[in-house]
Design a protein around this ligand. Structure first.
Ligand SMILES: [Zn+2]
Length: 90
């Protein structure tokens, strides 16, 4: 069980992999991050804007999820992730 240390918003200075959907977050993107301690190891996870929204709307504070599980659990949030290639959609 990881212990939560801190979280917040920051601009990425290098690419990171989103912990919720495993998409690469390009550098220069504003992200939500969380820093944790687990068995003496400190690590920081990053979530993209879409996963941030999924967590705010669906998860309670303290809910945990595995790497890449958000996109599997809430695929409807990720349908329009890819740039539209034909027109404006609906
Ligand atoms: Zn994500």
């Amino acid at each position: 069980m990881a212990d939560f240390i801190t979280s917040g918003r920051r601009i990425t200075r290098k690419p990171h992999r989103c912990v919720g959907c495993l998409a690469v977050i390009p550098k220069g993107t504003e992200v939500t991050f969380g820093t944790f301690s687990d068995c003496g190891r400190i690590f920081t996870s990053y979530t993209c804007a879409t996963c941030d929204k999924v967590m705010r709307e669906n998860l309670d504070c303290g809910d945990e999820f595995g790497e890449g599980e958000l996109i599997g659990a809430y695929p409807e949030y990720y349908e329009n992730r890819k740039p539209k290639s034909d027109g404006e959609g609906k």
